[in-house]
Design a protein around this ligand. Structure first.
Ligand SMILES: [Zn+2]
Length: 319
């Protein structure tokens, strides 16, 4: 397999813009209880929101929720079917706040995790999302491995998860999508993933514009990894007062236009038009391109940033 693995099958390419870090379903008892502002459970609402993105030019979305933290492959497949937008699901583990100290994921070793990640990637995601003793694999497979770290330097849990994610990626050729807490920690992530056999071009570093540090972004890009910028929807700032727009300009100017992808990280219910919020996830495809062009990003670079870079970064490697 050398294409992109979506919940409805493998594809080589897609039409339109990629949304590289999204949250369409986030439905766990822990999220409902502790993080109700990001509790996303309604397929009809998601279909409404994603259809608006489709109308604005979206063609593919990465749903960035991994194992046992609110993911639902069956609902993602239904959203994809009903909207025509390709959806890539994640395996791997998220930040510890979505699990808690007593969770089973904190009581197993890297090899046990790797086996679960690989089964998600190659066989099919568990209908119950590894939340109980019964595993019933669906036909919907994960298309990448998610890994999160919690700050500048990875802690013991982070290191175990990086080891497991890297092993699953090295065994299958699937790309890795990372969560950078507060935007930081990306350099350590790339160093460790690359040392464990994942090529930098197969690593997508999320939320890195949150750090609002252009020198750090250039250092990250110099590793060869792909940078996912996703603060623009929250900011909705004009032109170069936006940290995301400034980040894109700085990276393009430094010769890294091939390593930028965009997302919304739009988990907050208040960002969804379908839930009465604003500006709506469609903003990324409908409004941001004009903002970037006005700021000086050329049409060819814009196409790379919206489409080609994600198409390349999400493609599996031959292993
Ligand atoms: Zn996220």
């Amino acid at each position: 397999m050398t294409g992109i693995r979506t919940v409805l099958g493998d594809i080589d390419d897609f039409d339109g813009a990629a949304y590289a870090h999204e949250h369409l379903i986030l439905d766990s008892p822990l999220i409902a209880d502790r993080f109700p502002h990001i509790h996303l459970h309604d397929v009809d609402a998601a279909v409404d929101e994603v259809a608006r993105c489709r109308a604005a030019g979206a063609g593919l979305m990465v749903d960035a929720m991994p194992i046992s933290a609110g993911r639902d492959a069956v609902r993602l497949a239904e959203i994809s079917r009903r909207t025509g937008v390709h959806i890539v699901s994640a395996t791997g583990l998220h930040h510890d706040r979505y699990y808690g100290p007593l969770h089973w994921t904190n009581r197993v070793g890297p090899d046990e995790l790797t086996a679960l990640f690989v089964a998600d990637l190659l066989e099919g995601i568990d209908e119950f999302d590894y939340t109980g003793p019964i595993v019933r694999r669906t036909e919907h497979r994960a298309g990448l491995v998610k890994v999160a770290t919690s700050g500048e330097d990875p802690d013991a849990r982070d290191l175990r998860n990086i080891e497991a994610a890297a092993a699953a990626s090295a065994a299958t050729g699937a790309p890795v999508l990372t969560h950078c807490e507060g935007g930081v920690g990306g350099i350590a992530q790339v160093e460790r993933l690359v040392a464990a056999g994942v090529p930098a071009t197969s690593i997508i570093l999320s939320h890195v514009d949150k750090a609002a540090n252009l020198a750090y972004l250039r250092d990250l890009a110099a590793t060869g990894a792909v940078l996912e910028l996703d603060q623009s929807l929250r900011e909705r700032a004009d032109g170069t007062s936006s940290v995301t727009v400034r980040a894109v300009l700085a990276l393009v100017e430094a010769g890294f236009a091939d390593q930028i992808v965009l997302g919304t990280d739009g988990a907050r219910r208040t960002l969804w038009s379908a839930l009465g919020g604003e500006p709506g996830l469609a903003w990324l495809a409908s409004d941001l391109p004009a903002v970037l062009q006005e700021a000086g990003v050329g049409a060819a670079d814009l196409h790379r940033i919206q489409h080609s870079n994600a198409q390349r970064a999400l493609a599996w490697r031959t292993v």
